[in-house]
Design a protein around this ligand. Structure first.
Ligand code: NIG
Ligand code: FE
Length: 429
């Protein structure tokens, strides 16, 4: 008998999301291949997965210090939320109410609200208060089964407050079990004070902000919101190229409200991912598939902004893309940290299968933010980042729309959510 620290036994299903050589699963065949073990078990030692297989095989080989019986439950890889904006000082419920009365998202933004209102509030907010807010938001994500997240700045829009935002993510994650990949989104919109001098803000981004963020190792990725109300393709190209020169991989907020060529730019620059793509046309989709850029679809944001457009998930998958799904958690267009709800919308709004949405919030989401080594699949030698759902099969995850089925969450083999509640450790790591 071999000794494990932890044994999870008798799960109705262990959904490994394993298999295949590439980091992400592409196209319909791979994205529907979940690799499920019925009556499955997992052995963990020193935070890593020693073995995964049928319960009979695991109990024959391993003796465990800690044993959990998962009868009637389903184990999945910890979810990865590949696109979030968690650093903000205030919610924007008033703007939401105004939109229910007919005001338009882009018109509010153009009038100095929306992202501009968030920037005003964030600039004033002390770093310590923002860290506490982000930690609480990470807690809420963890309770919904998310164990890794991509987190963007973008509500600062000055060198100081963008740096502050990235430090906030760094500090909050250091005090939390979740992993956070950081993205510099200084090019979220042109801040109000530069409205008559757009070129000067682009210059500030390229000559000061990007070099500073890179020098201080505050981000791995550089993102630009390419949209009529934000940056043009030409401006974005310059900004993302500058990011690349400084070692920041490109990501693009593309074609959210209209096809402005953002997806094609992502393909041209070899971006790691392209996000939203609600209005991307056929040629943009072909370009993404050819360049191997991961489309990160955000159906909660599309729904919350009135569903004027929605991403063509079927065409993206059929074209051979490795599609991911994310919440887009932010105070304007997607105030929900529930990634299972996003998965549900992936099925009901975007026509994806339960298998595809699960790959899209685990394996492919991890690849979209460079976290594929430690997240997104259950496999021997990988860290034990796991979610135990109170459900007899994985189909329940998208099916039980909006209901939190998370029973337990393990991060590096340590239990951090127990019976749907956070387990607090004595001392921070
Ligand atoms: O991804 N599209 C741009 N950025 C965010 C929304 C930001 C906001 O409204 O605060 C998004 O939807
Ligand atoms: Fe976004």
């Amino acid at each position: 008998m071999r000794t494990a620290d932890l044994l999870l036994l008798g799960a109705a299903q262990v959904v490994t999301c394993d298999g295949g050589r590439a980091a992400a699963k592409r196209g319909p065949r791979e994205m529907n291949d979940l690799r499920v073990i019925e009556d499955g078990a997992i052995a963990v030692r020193r935070g890593k997965i020693l073995a995964v297989g049928p319960t009979n095989d695991i109990t024959r080989t391993y003796r465990g210090m800690q044993r959990f019986y998962c009868r009637g439950r389903t184990i999945l890889p910890g979810f990865v939320d590949a696109h979030t904006h968690p650093v903000f000082a205030k919610m924007r419920e008033d703007e939401f109410a105004r939109r229910t009365r007919g005001e338009d998202y882009e018109a509010i933004l153009a009038a100095g609200g929306g992202i501009h209102a968030s920037a005003e509030a964030l600039r004033e907010a002390p770093q310590s208060a923002l860290v506490a807010d982000v930690r609480a938001r990470l807690d809420s994500m963890l309770l919904h089964g998310t164990t890794a997240v991509e987190a963007k700045s973008g509500y600062g829009l000055t060198p100081e407050s963008e740096v502050k935002s990235l430090r906030v993510i760094q500090k909050a994650a250091a005090q939390h079990p979740m992993t956070a990949a950081r993205t510099f989104l200084g090019a979220h919109v042109v801040p109000k004070e530069y409205h008559r001098a757009r070129a000067a803000y682009v210059k500030l981004l390229i000559e000061q902000m990007i070099p500073r963020v890179a020098r201080q190792r505050l981000a791995s990725f550089c993102d630009v919101f390419v949209e009529k109300s934000a940056f043009s393709v030409k401006e974005a190209r310059e900004i993302l190229r500058a990011g690349k020169r400084h070692g920041l991989r490109p990501k693009v907020h593309a074609d959210q409200f209209r096809d402005s060529g953002g997806a094609k730019l992502a393909a041209e620059l070899g971006a790691i991912s392209v996000e939203h793509v609600d209005a991307t046309g056929r040629s943009g989709i072909r370009a993404l598939a050819k360049a191997g850029v991961i489309p990160v679809l955000l159906p909660a944001a599309a729904l919350f902004t009135g569903l004027t457009h929605k991403p063509n998930a079927r065409a993206l998958i059929e074209a051979g893309c490795a599609v991911a799904l994310a919440t887009d958690f932010n105070p304007g267009t997607a105030p929900s940290e529930n990634l299972a709800l996003t998965a549900s919308l992936g099925c009901s709004l975007l026509g994806m299968t339960p298998e595809e949405v699960i790959i899209a919030i685990t394996r492919n989401a991890a690849a979209a933010c460079g976290l594929q080594e430690n997240h997104g699949r259950i496999a021997k030698g990988r860290p034990a980042n796991l979610v135990v759902l109170d459900a007899p099969s994985y189909t329940f995850l998208p099916y039980r729309m909006g209901t939190n089925l998370v029973h337990q969450v393990f991060v590096n083999g340590r239990k951090v959510v127990k019976q749907g509640r956070r387990v607090r450790q004595a001392a921070p790591r």
